[in-house]
Ligand binder design. Structure first.
Ligand code: GLC
Length: 663
């Protein structure tokens, strides 16, 4: 591993190992300086594939598009986009040569992976430490990288259960209705999420007393049934005198400012707001300590949102846009009309606001534009660092919308505002291995889709993939069709598929823990396991999942089944329910397999076993004493299972034990 430094990078704390700086440029690239930018170029041969970049659009192999490492809140996720909510600037190139490169930068990094010139990789960065990892296979390069950036976040075990969410649950009664809907149908459930409506006027760390007269009693009552409440926390703080969080932050200089040191006012859900300066250690500690208000109510899980940070407007620019409207006579010709609407259209997440907004870190004023990608990371770190003080050995559920590498040690992510589209189910599949490469093991998409209206078929297929994703949460936006599983007709299919999650949980959990502790990937592209198999190379909709399984989700409307490529002999498991499945050995090759809507088909690798529990109503009631094993072995093998307490940090490693499984 070599480290090269370009410009004067801001310390990101993304890496945990000390690497001495090498002079000169990496041999893999030619490097040019243009203005403040450094441009890294390298020809791509026909054989070269490029993996990584975590949360991004398009395929597992990133060749053929442009990717912008710049955390962006834009809910229209289409394949024409170049930036999503996270900036995960690590790639692995494999082909003529195999190596990994990580651009450790707080600012923008642009990856042109054969976009301008199909045969060239061109990376543009500003101030960055560049780590180059040479030697070994793609899988080994990822492993070395993961060691460099440190252990991935490990949530409590209940967080691997199924969760239901929707922007629109307003009151305690709404939450109870969801729990009742799941319970009445015999559907499992471990968490119900609380979106912004639980707060008083979208003020973080407040709870509306009319909607939730006694959150602590509600949380205790639900926990007794094995169900956790998980509230959202937004990045921005309402600028309102008398709101203690605002007053205290203001008094102590904990908010981001303008260049003159005056708190910078932006608009988010609560209207005029300010941003906690989470890059500054004191402000970060103070912001983290605010979570106590909810922790003291018995809350043990949070999702951090709007932390790119998302800005609806910068106050000054909004004023100018309003003044321009006031000056019109109400009669607009085309150009004037366009100008006026553009004034408003360009208010959100404007580069001018990002440039003008400042952080005040260790006595230095830094423009937000130079450290933009660190915001969500440090908001989440604020919470995690406080949790470690509040209850030092306890694991909390914590995930964030915005992230960059480094944050993977503090929390997981969800992949933001997707849509109820089949293409977004497929995107979810393709993103998982890329996220794993970058350390984000605890991840998941809004199952069923966030915007637009889902259908029974899409939700069933999405759940059939979601049973494998560490974060398994059904979430939708306000105004979208209700998509709790009990809203649909084929209740039996939902019950059986949700039940499979719990049957698979001992495996999913054990694999997760091992991958986190050892810096491995939970989801792997076929080419990572069979690098010499030219056919495996092109497969983008099947994944290896943990050491034993390969999965092949159905991602198309009205599909009766799908083609599957087996790079080796495997045992097909056709699961009708967690305790009802058939197995059949298939030789290496291609198959068309029927996959009815209420079944999940996946594959067990030769020499491997799969532990299965009986389906349960939640993680707490899972019976792990009596596991069944699906086996594809002809001599005894050891399976390493994790049976820790599921809630402490110190218990994790002690929970690992090897079970001998006989044919
Ligand atoms: C953002 C989040 C979404 C949430 C909504 C309201 O769009 O990404 O998940 O439902 O805000 O809080």
């Amino acid at each position: 591993m070599k480290k090269f430094t370009y410009g004067t990078p801001f310390e990101t704390d993304a890496v945990v190992e000390r690497v001495e700086r090498t002079e000169g440029d990496p041999s893999q690239f030619t490097v040019e300086r243009t203005g403040d930018a450094f441009v890294f170029r390298r020809p791509l041969s026909a054989r070269d594939r490029v993996y990584g970049l975590g949360e991004q659009v398009r395929g597992i192999n990133k060749r053929g598009w442009l990717y912008d490492g710049w955390n962006t809140d834009d809910p229209r996720i289409t394949e024409g986009r170049t930036a999503l909510y996270g900036a995960h600037n690590f790639i692995v190139l494999t082909g003529e040569e195999t190596f990994g490169v990580f651009f450790d930068s707080a600012g923008r990094v642009v990856f042109d992976v054969g976009y301008e010139d199909p045969d060239e990789l061109k990376i543009t960065a500003w101030n960055a430490d560049v780590y180059v990892i040479e030697g070994g296979s793609a899988k080994e390069v990822v492993h070395t990288f993961r060691t460099l950036i440190g252990r991935s976040y490990i949530p409590p075990k209940w967080a691997f259960g199924y969760g239901q969410s929707k922007w629109g649950y307003k009151t305690e009664e709404d939450i109870r209705a969801v729990v009742e809907g799941y319970r009445a149908n015999g559907f499992p459930l471990d968490a119900v999420y609380m979106d912004i409506d639980y707060m008083i006027h979208y003020k973080d760390f407040t709870v509306d007393p009319e909607r939730y007269p006694d959150l602590s009693a509600l949380s205790a009552e639900l926990k007794a049934e094995g169900i956790y409440l998980v509230p959202i926390v937004d990045a921005a703080i309402k600028a309102e005198e008398g709101y203690p969080v605002y007053d205290e932050g203001l008094r102590n200089g904990y908010f981001c400012t303008d260049a003159a040191g005056v708190p910078y006012v932006v608009g988010v859900w609560p209207g005029d707001s300010v941003l906690p300066d989470v890059l500054a250690p004191e402000a970060r500690a103070w912001f983290g300590a605010q979570y106590r208000a909810l922790l003291d109510e018995g809350i043990e899980g949070f999702w951090n949102d709007m932390n790119e940070p998302a800005l609806f407007y910068g106050k000054e620019r909004l004023q100018k846009a309003i003044e321009a409207v006031a000056q019109t006579k109400g009669n607009l010709e085309l150009d004037d009309f366009n100008k006026l609407t553009a004034n408003f259209g360009k208010l959100a997440n404007s580069p001018e606001d990002y440039r003008a907004l400042c952080h005040n870190v260790n006595g230095k004023r830094v423009s937000h534009a130079d450290v933009h990608n660190l915001y969500g990371y440090n908001m989440t770190r604020a919470a995690a660092e406080y949790f470690a003080e509040y209850a030092p050995d306890k694991r909390f559920l914590l995930f964030s919308r915005s992230s960059c590498i480094g944050m993977h040690r503090y929390g997981g992510i969800w992949t933001g505002d997707n849509c109820s589209w089949w293409s977004h189910l497929l995107l979810n599949v393709k993103m998982m291995p890329s996220l794993d490469m970058c350390g984000f093991l605890f991840a998941g998409a809004d199952i069923g889709g966030h915007a637009d209206n889902t259908t029974e078929e899409l939700l069933l297929r999405w759940l059939a993939f979601g049973i494998f994703t560490p974060l398994m949460r059904n979430h939708a936006t306000n105004g979208a069709r209700d998509q709790e599983c009990y809203r649909f007709k084929n209740k039996d299919a939902f019950r059986r598929i949700l039940g499979m999650r719990y049957a698979l949980l001992p495996y999913l959990y054990s694999e997760y823990i091992k991958c986190a502790l050892r810096g491995e990937m939970l989801f792997k592209p076929l080419a990572f396991e069979y690098p010499e198999d030219a056919r495996a190379d092109g497969v983008e909709d099947q994944l290896f999942f943990g050491e034993s399984l390969m999965i092949a989700p159905v991602c198309e409307q009205n599909a009766k089944g799908r083609y599957v490529y087996l790079p080796a002999r495997m045992k097909m498991i056709r699961m009708r329910a967690g305790d009802d499945y058939k197995v059949k050995t298939l030789e290496k090759g291609s198959y068309y397999l029927e996959v009815p809507l209420d079944e999940v088909v996946f594959f067990l690798r030769e020499g491997k076993v799969l532990p299965l529990a009986r389906p349960a109503q939640n993680v707490a009631s899972l019976d792990e004493e009596h596991l069944a094993f699906v086996k594809f072995i002809d001599s005894p093998v050891e399976y390493e299972i994790c049976r820790d307490d599921g809630s402490t940090l110190s218990g994790i490693e002690k929970g690992l034990r090897k079970i001998t499984v006989r044919p």
